[in-house]
Design a protein around this ligand. Structure first.
Ligand SMILES: [Zn+2]
Length: 295
């Protein structure tokens, strides 16, 4: 299996309570306005602010959650009011030799982060946005509507009236590389950018195994059956709360017939015919690269 470009993030320890420390220690703050991350522009480089820096920017902070420790650096997610304007944020830049330099702030979309932040920070931003969304979506109990409170020692919100627990929701989805001899099946969703093709993917239904989801999604979207379904790898996919579970499979039978809703076009491609496909920062890109490397 191709393990290249997999970010296992083994240096990160998820926790719900910060460890006891003497004095100040380093922090990373993943602060989001909508789903865009606040970064500080320091001498032309973009970097994450610390928690203290963010709290000193004079911006309107709605909620904050502790995420865990990255090599003894405490990590936080934060939701900012959508009225915060990057142009009006100034931050004194700490640790520069130029004295009282002033940094500027900018908001960056999640998909642009892999080229800006080092791993594992770019991957941690995905966790941070997921926790930030869970925090704002569970202010009230989903069962009785009461105001929830944070549960101790567990990543959950608890309802004081009915006892309902709201954990961060993870929605599993499958994505599958389908091969037919020296060809790969690639498909276009009507929502894709012009010219972009990718693998078949879809959400797992309640009561279904992930292998059953592969068989069903492939049949529903392109009308063919597949065999030899094998696990490939997975990737957290915070758009908004998925876990993409990758498989490889082989064509078994049938003619391509697209559903016309989720898929508008699908066809077999030889290695040299592969069109515009997702970048190598996503599991779809890894699956396509895995095909290319073996043909
Ligand atoms: Zn309740």
């Amino acid at each position: 299996m191709n393990t290249e470009n997999r970010h296992f993030n083994s240096d990160f320890l998820p926790l719900v309570t910060p460890p006891q420390r003497n004095g100040n220690s380093d922090t990373y703050c993943f602060a989001f306005k909508q789903r865009e991350l606040l970064l500080v522009n320091e001498n032309g480089d973009l970097r994450l602010p610390s928690l203290e820096e963010t709290e000193d920017m004079g911006i309107n902070i709605l909620r904050k959650q502790y995420l865990g420790e990255l090599k003894d650096v405490s990590c936080f997610s934060m939701e900012l009011d959508s009225s915060n304007d990057a142009d009006k944020i100034v931050t004194s830049v700490i640790g520069t030799t130029t004295g009282n330099a002033v940094g500027t702030a900018t908001f960056v979309g999640l998909r642009e982060l892999p080229g800006i932040l080092e791993e594992p920070l770019a991957a941690l931003a995905g966790k941070a946005v997921h926790i930030m969304e869970w925090d704002r979506n569970t202010i009230f109990c989903g069962r009785c509507g009461s105001v929830t409170s944070l549960k101790e020692n567990e990543r959950a919100k608890e309802c004081p009236e009915c006892g309902f627990l709201a954990f961060p929701k993870i929605s599993p989805a499958i994505i599958v590389l389908i091969e037919k001899e020296d060809q790969i099946l690639l498909a276009r969703s009507p929502n894709f950018k012009p010219g972009l093709y990718s693998n078949i993917a879809g959400f797992v239904e309640p009561g279904e195994s992930i292998e059953q989801a592969v068989v069903r999604e492939v049949m529903e979207e392109v009308g063919i059956s597949v065999k030899n379904i094998r696990y490939f790898g997975s990737q957290p996919w915070p758009y908004p709360d998925s876990l993409m579970i990758g498989f490889t499979a082989e064509f078994l039978a049938g003619e391509i017939k697209v559903d016309g809703v989720e898929i508008e076009e699908a066809r077999w491609f030889r290695k040299e015919e592969i069109p515009f496909v997702p970048r190598n920062t996503s599991i779809s890109g890894w699956l396509i690269k895995y095909f290319i490397n073996r043909h």
